[in-house]
Design a protein around this ligand. Structure first.
Ligand code: GLN
Length: 220
């Protein structure tokens, strides 16, 4: 049985555990530094509040160890706030109405043009920064709220997607594969061992994304 370390300092981690256990994996909750001594085969970074999670990871002395494991190739499934923790560039949706709106409009229009505005982007320091993606927290547009969609996911077919104030992926860099989009917006990406989603597959009955993650763990 693969052993999956599920980050459990804050957020929606229980739902991931239930799903992974249904699929035959064993889970260990990562709540404090000593939990990291176990030899787990994969990591789940759940949804929740990325600022809170990032702060707790540092305060609990878990940050550097987790970052090192991710950088050295352990398979990771990151949802929502977890995706923000992986991104190497993070900006905030809040407080930049005009710019966010026009950036959103540009991305919907499929334009590659970058919007320049007088309002500077309030960039937040990134967290693990192991993934070549630029995300915007609490972005304007549909993802500001919560909604559901069913869209194609590369290699899996149609997958239900539940969004809860998820991050908007604004740019992907080298080595990042786009796996799914909703209304033209990127909502699922993979870079080698890291699989990151703007939505919450743990909240839907469909198991295909967790199975994909367990396959990544098995084939590692
Ligand atoms: N808005 C949250 C954040 O910025 C993410 C929401 C979620 O994980 N469902 O961290």
């Amino acid at each position: 049985k693969p052993l999956i370390g599920v980050l459990a300092v804050q957020g929606a981690f229980i739902e991931h555990e239930h799903k992974l256990e249904q699929l035959g994996a064993q889970c260990v909750e990562l709540r404090q530094a000593s939990d990291l001594n176990q030899q787990f085969d994969g990591i789940v970074l759940p949804g929740g509040e990325s600022t809170v999670q990032g702060k707790l990871l540092r305060e609990l002395g878990m940050f550097d160890d987790l970052k090192a494991r991710i950088a050295s190739g352990i398979p990771v499934l990151a949802t929502c706030a977890g995706m923000i923790l992986l991104a190497n560039e993070v900006s905030q949706g809040k407080g930049t109405g005009a710019k966010s709106l026009s950036t959103f409009a540009e991305s919907v229009a499929g334009s590659t043009l970058h919007v320049t505005s007088n309002t500077p982007d309030p960039a937040a320091p990134p967290y693990f920064a192991t993934m070549n993606i630029k995300v915007r927290r609490n972005a304007y547009g549909r993802q500001l709220g919560s909604f559901r969609a069913i869209e194609e996911f590369k290699g899996l077919g149609a997958v239900p997607m539940t969004f809860i104030r998820g991050p908007l992926v604004e740019e992907v860099g080298e080595g990042v594969e786009v796996l799914a989009r909703v209304d033209g917006d990127i909502v699922a990406v993979r870079q080698d061992n890291q699989l990151a989603l703007s939505f919450h597959p743990e909240l839907d009955a469909d198991n295909s994304i967790h199975q994909l993650f367990l396959d990544m763990v098995k084939n590692k």
